[in-house]
Structures are given as structure tokens and as C-alpha cells.
Write a protein that binds this ligand. Sequence first.
Ligand SMILES: CC(C)(COP(=O)(O)OP(=O)(O)OC[C@H]1O[C@@H](n2cnc3c(N)ncnc32)[C@H](O)[C@@H]1OP(=O)(O)O)[C@@H](O)C(=O)NCCC(=O)NCCS
Length: 167
Amino acid sequence: MNISIQPASNEDLDEIYRLELECFGEDAYPRFLLKYLLDNRDSIFLKASIDNLLVGFIAGLCSGDSCTLYTIDVKKEFRRRGVGSMLLEAFEKRALEKNVKKIILQVEVSNTPAINLYLKKGYKITRRIRNYYGLGRDAYEACKTIWVGENISKSSIIFYRDDFEDR
Ligand SMILES: CC(C)(COP(=O)(O)OP(=O)(O)OC[C@H]1O[C@@H](n2cnc3c(N)ncnc32)[C@H](O)[C@@H]1OP(=O)(O)O)[C@@H](O)C(=O)NCCC(=O)NCCS
């Protein structure tokens, strides 16, 4: 199975909205919000395709050094084959390129597939938000620090110390 991950564009909006409706029904993000995210230069919006067929997408908005992951959707018949993981990994890579340090998300406490995906990818649940999705429907907020600091090699530190001691 050859899965490709690429930036989504306005041409994908109809398919993306259809998939969002398929995944979330009346809780789906409205079309205008998805369009807003597609058009926004601070957003990260990626699609997963197999043989030119859109099978998933991921969308989030960055602000300062953090990025909020809005949603990740994979078509039912393509789930459990690593597509969600690939989308999340590509999203984090793109976020790092935008100098983002941490990703924040909310997920319904009953959404076991998504919670397991996030935990598997190193996200930590930070709090429970009561009634986030409506009365009696709580969310977990989870986050992951993706920026782990500059990678200073040992040799460059020694060089610096030698240089310093010569003065
Ligand atoms: C959540 C979702 C994106 C996962 O996509 P996916 O392509 O199936 O994910 P992957 O195949 O990469 O699975 C990665 C891990 O997630 C977890 N997972 C995925 N589906 C699961 C399921 N049905 N039950 C339990 N754990 C599951 C597992 O830990 C899995 O690793 P494993 O296969 O080695 O056990 C997909 O189920 C989906 O689109 N759900 C509907 C939309 C949604 O709820 N989005 C989240 C909004 S917060």
C-alpha cells in the first residue's frame, strides 16, 4: 500500500468535508472552518492519499510556539493500517519546521482509537475538561513537546572550551 502525505489545498475541500461528516456527523467541523484552515498561512493541513484517492487528513493551527491539532480523520475502510500514525508524524515534522515546540489537542474521553493513537505517539493527558463536547461529554486535553532543544555535539563543546582557554 503506497500512502503519500501532502499538503491539502482548496481543491480537496469537498472531499475533506465529506470525510469530516462521515467521521463526526452532526459534530463535524463546518465547511467554512475547514476552508479557513486551508487558507490560513499559520495552519498545517495535510492529506493522505492512496493511488490519488484521499483517505485521510489532519489539520491544526499554530500560534507562537504551540500548535492546536483540530482533527485527524481516516476513512473507515483504511483505518488500522498506519495512515493516522503517518499523518500525525508528518504533522509534527511540519510543526517543527514552523518552530513549534508543543502540540495541544482535545479528544473525547470515549474516543478510544484516537486516545490510543495519541498515547502511542507520546502525547500526555494533562487534564479532563467537563462538558467540552456538550452536556455529559468530556474531553481530555493532551499535549506533546516536540522540540527537545539544540543538538550540541560533544566535539563542538570541547572546541569552544579550548578556544575560551586560549584567550
Ligand atoms: C483515530 C484515527 C484517526 C486513527 O487512524 P488509523 O489510521 O486507524 O490509525 P493507525 O492505523 O495509525 O493506528 C495507530 C494506533 O492507534 C490506536 N488505534 C487505532 N485504531 C484503534 C482502534 N479501533 N481501537 C483501539 N486502538 C486503536 C492503536 O494504538 C494503533 O496502533 P496499533 O495498530 O499498533 O495497535 C481513526 O480511527 C479515525 O479517523 N477516527 C475517526 C475520527 C476521529 O475520531 N479523529 C480523532 C479526533 S480527536
